[in-house]
Design a protein around this ligand. Structure first.
Ligand code: CMP
Length: 158
């Protein structure tokens, strides 16, 4: 089923000038890039994005890293986008990621692991809505607002 997921090129990869290479790799893997902008996250943006990590020992380091420079915010579309992008992302630690994955190719360490991707359809729905309005997305597939909700919503998925 056609789905949407949220992805983010992190400050380490932006600073290393890898935006073009990462977008090319994502596109080559069959994902349509249907939303995209460069943005420096505020502390509030970061807290909302990573709310499930609050209280973890690395939380303050994560928030300070992710707000340290511009990121590229993305909405991606393809069949089973959420699970397929997680596979392509690879392990959180780039040293443990499969060689073909984005984190093995572009990441350095934890937390400088180059790219974020939503870990569930529910998270994708929430994360897309945090950063994008429906009018900011361009899909080659014609989706109504209802289709868009279905593409990212766990509860109404077939
Ligand atoms: P991401 O997929 O963006 O989701 C949560 C992030 O927390 C994860 O990637 C890592 O970048 C970060 N993270 C996880 N564990 C640690 C850690 N031990 N120290 C710092 N950051 C971490």
């Amino acid at each position: 089923m056609l789905e949407r997921t949220f992805a983010m090129i992190k400050p380490d990869a932006v600073k290393a000038n890898r935006i073009g290479a990462i977008l090319q790799a994502i596109h080559s893997r069959g994902f349509e890039i249907i939303g995209l902008y460069l943005h420096t996250l505020s502390a509030l943006d970061a807290q909302m994005l990573y709310r499930e990590h609050r209280g973890r020992p690395y939380y303050d380091r994560l928030i300070s890293f992710i707000t340290s420079g511009p990121v590229v915010l993305l909405v991606l579309e393809r069949d089973q986008a959420v699970s397929q992008f997680r596979l392509f992302l690879g392990a959180t630690n780039p040293a443990q990621a499969e060689p073909y994955t984005l984190r093995a190719q572009f990441g350095t360490d934890i937390p400088s692991n180059a790219v974020h991707g939503s870990d569930s359809r529910e998270a994708a729905h929430r994360e897309i809505q945090l950063f994008f309005k429906a009018s900011e997305l361009y899909s080659p597939h014609v989706l109504t607002d209802m289709d868009h909700d279905r593409a990212t919503d766990t509860h109404t998925a077939a």
